[in-house]
Design a protein around this ligand. Structure first.
Ligand code: SF4
Ligand code: SF4
Length: 432
């Protein structure tokens, strides 16, 4: 694609990066067919190619974002399905990240939209506040229907629908600290505790720590870690995201200095995608660029790391698992086979639901901010999953677990909970 940026515009490193990305797009439109919003809404401006044109026009003309651009960029799930499809290697992720920063800096959102986003950014990344908000949601639950009838308040209704009625207790085994390997130590890793996941499903990290320590790996859950920054990063709040990234870089590199780390284990693929991008996000920060790149190189999804441990084949369990590959797993991190290979080795029969490339509609805060499109995608996803007639659904991202669980009665678990069970861990409570 031809671009017309001036030398002054290209002096801005963000514009220079976006210009390089834009030039790679050849307008072929292959990406439209696999874009969930184009498939759902049928509007070119809700396709990757349409959004690329809108972003190009906005940046080239040095214009503040307007309502039209914001509408179509807000509808993008950042699922990155387009990056998997694109034959020209267009780096849509960094382009849309830049567009979101530009929107945040130049556009004044309507009051209710601004308020909702401010609340989400102030609550979700902080486990204490998030836990409190979920408890308070029980009081607001009877008003969910009423809120959803008034368009600007719809996101609050969506939040109440998603909030679980009861919150699990944090198991002792998932608390910060060092969890020594049982038997001879064959590795040492840090684990990301996360923000929403330890409140909604602390069993995921508990299962990971149990499994890894049984396999001879020491696991450190370092104190001082914060949310990976993904939630606010996707809202265009770059400074908040970069502050979180810097803090985590310091904490993890502190652990490297203390005892060495073979990997930083991430059990939520949405967070993994962002941490693997810290090197890019902090590339312009001279004090952190190299350190962030080291952290990104160490970050591994738990299934990526488990694949290096050569687990033995287990007997068949007579249970069928539908594997839902989160977008951040398959498109963001390009991890497609490892989770399924591990599940098969663990003795499960694995099914791939149709249209596996399409997002379930969770996408961070998307199911709160865009409940209508999100609801359509969830219904489509659940239909495809249920068609495989599984006993269990497995996936590697807490957002997808929360989203899909509100649409089906089939138990849904994190992949690592099933692997832990198969290799001597506790049977997940939901299957008992
Ligand atoms: S990230 Fe997903 S929703 Fe956004 S343009 Fe690409 S395919 Fe479409
Ligand atoms: S598939 Fe790639 S090159 Fe083709 S329109 Fe989409 S982003 Fe551009």
């Amino acid at each position: 694609m031809q671009t017309n940026f001036t030398p002054e515009q290209l002096a801005d490193p963000h514009v220079a990066t976006s210009e390089k990305i834009l030039r790679k797009c050849v307008h072929c439109g292959f990406c439209t067919a696999t874009c969930p919003t184009y498939v759902t809404l049928g509007n070119e401006l809700d396709s990757p190619r349409g959004r690329i044109y809108l972003i190009k026009d906005m940046l080239e003309n040095g214009r503040p974002a307007d309502a039209e651009v914001v509408t179509h960029i807000d509808r993008c799930l950042s699922c990155l399905s387009c990056t998997t499809t694109c034959p020209s290697g267009v780096d849509y992720m960094h382009l849309v990240d830049h567009a979101r920063m530009h929107i945040e800096a130049t556009y004044k959102r309507p009051f209710w939209n601004r308020l909702t986003r401010n609340i989400l950014a102030a609550v979700l990344p902080y486990p204490g506040r998030f836990r409190f908000a979920l408890k308070a949601a029980n009081l607001g639950r009877p008003f969910a229907g009423l809120l959803k009838r008034f368009k600007p308040l719809e996101p609050f209704g969506a939040m109440l629908d998603l909030a679980p009625r009861r919150l699990p207790k944090m198991p002792e085994s998932a608390r910060p600290g060092t969890h020594p390997a049982s038997g001879p130590r064959r590795g040492r890793v840090a684990i990301l505790s996360g923000c929403a996941q330890p409140v909604l499903k602390p069993e995921i990290n508990a299962a990971t720590i149990r499994l890894l320590t049984r396999l001879g790996v020491e696991v450190v859950a370092p104190a001082g870690e914060v949310c990976c920054g993904s939630l606010v990063h996707h809202m265009g709040r770059e400074e908040q995201a970069l502050e979180a990234a810097r803090r985590n870089v310091d904490v993890w590199l502190g652990e490297v200095e203390k005892g060495g780390l073979d990997a930083i284990i991430v059990t939520a693929s949405g967070c993994g995608t962002t941490i693997k991008d810290y090197g890019f996000m902090l590339r312009l920060d001279l004090a952190y660029a190299d350190k962030a790149a080291r952290v990104s190189a160490l970050a591994k999804d738990v299934t990526e790391y488990l694949s290096t441990l050569d687990l033995p084949q287990q007997e068949a369990r007579g249970l069928t698992v539908a594997y839902h590959s989160a977008c951040s797993m398959q498109h963001g991190q390009k991890i497609t086979m490892a989770p399924k290979v591990l599940l098969k080795k663990a003795g499960f029969a694995v099914r791939d639901p149709a249209e596996g490339h399409l997002c379930c509609g969770s996408a961070g805060t998307y199911n709160i901010l865009q409940p209508e499109i999100s609801g359509k995608l969830k219904a489509r996803k659940v239909k495809n999953i249920e068609a495989t007639k599984p006993d269990i659904i497995a996936t590697g991202n807490i957002g997808c677990i929360t989203q899909i669980a509100t649409g089906t009665q089939i138990p849904i678990l994190h992949t690592v909970e099933l692997i832990d069970w198969a290799y001597g861990g506790e049977k997940p409570a939901v299957l008992s």
